[in-house]
Design a protein around this ligand. Sequence first.
Ligand SMILES: [Fe+2]
Length: 436
Amino acid sequence: MGCCHAYFAATGAGDEAFTMDASTVTFGAGCLKEAGDHARALGMKRVALYTDQAVAALEHAAIVRKSLAQAGLDVAVYDEVTVEPTDVSFGAGARFAAEGRFDGFVSVGGGSVMDTCKAANLYATHPADFLAYVNAPVGGGRPVPGPLKPHIACPTTSGTGAEVTGIAIFEHTPLRAKTGMVSRHMKPTTALIDPEVTRTLPATIVASTGFDAMSHALETLTAISYARRRKPERPSLRPVSQGANPWSDIAAVEALSLIGRYFVRAVQDAADVEARTEMMYAATLAGIAFGNAGCHLPHGMSYAVSGLVREYRAPHYPRGGPFLPHGMSVVLNAPAAYRYTAVACPERHLDGARHLGADVRGAAPADAGEILAQTLIRFMRAVEVPNGLSAVGFSPADVPALVAGALPQSRVIGNAPRAAGAPELGQLYTAAMRYW
Ligand SMILES: [Fe+2]
């Protein structure tokens, strides 16, 4: 691929190297039953099992618990994880970990559960004030000093990729801003990815998590090149969100072609085991991709959207009050974002559309943003997500608050191939109000 991502031809003040983080993953139907054996092999004796109350009532949590018990492990269950965690819920999870003196962690659930477990493991292993490890400017941005205790992550949805990343996201309630901790040390030691968990997922959840995975792959593919990102002060401080690189490209491209083929089928038919399994695998690849490169504008803009939603309440999610699921709050920004970023690397935007199934033969570079935006809009309409921010209750009067909510996401927004400050973010939110 050419344009500004000619990695090894780049010269100048950027970084000369990138880091490839591999993830240990076991993928296959029924593999949750392997949890006990993996835990014992990792030296666990006393295990904290993190989940939420909805997942705790499902057979997946029971299967993992039984497997751990059969392996002779002492298991304490923490099922107080909340959907869309906060500093308060992270703190409660961390206290449970610190008081229990565990030598290993197992998480069974979606991104919220796995992220809470990562944070609990972090504070139990390397105690500090809560804000110490939180990304600047909200927190102190202190680097995690060393390895954590072993963590086996068992995802029960097919989108977040949290099982293969060292990222934990929460809402900092005093500022109503999403932020998190990021460190290679926080990546789960191993992941058990069992596609059987997707059989009972409602269509709305498959749609939202599928868009999350699609966005992880597309944002990775179109992120700024690592060779154009400012060099870190010390090599060990090279960020996890290091920009697009040859390693993340491999996973992003494969994820997009699977998502292009199987996403709509997986949403429309819960009995389509092939499509739901392929989406689960694609989500894992997309997680590996963004865990090695970082997301950019659609994610950076999404946290203000989900934090400020007033009326919309997504069906099938276990939470009272207004709620816009993460994947949906991401994709509602995406067409507007790619129309803006395409000029920086049109070939990559066209490649993204092509891998998702669009016919890009004869397309000019100047059409790249529109072609990718229209490709996304076709998926949005096919799986019936709301038509832009206005369809979930926002109006142009909300744009200043959305911009203010997005600005603390400078770590993510700065990973875009084209810079976006407050004026540009305002234009992007305005353009995201309605798409068809
Ligand atoms: Fe995401």
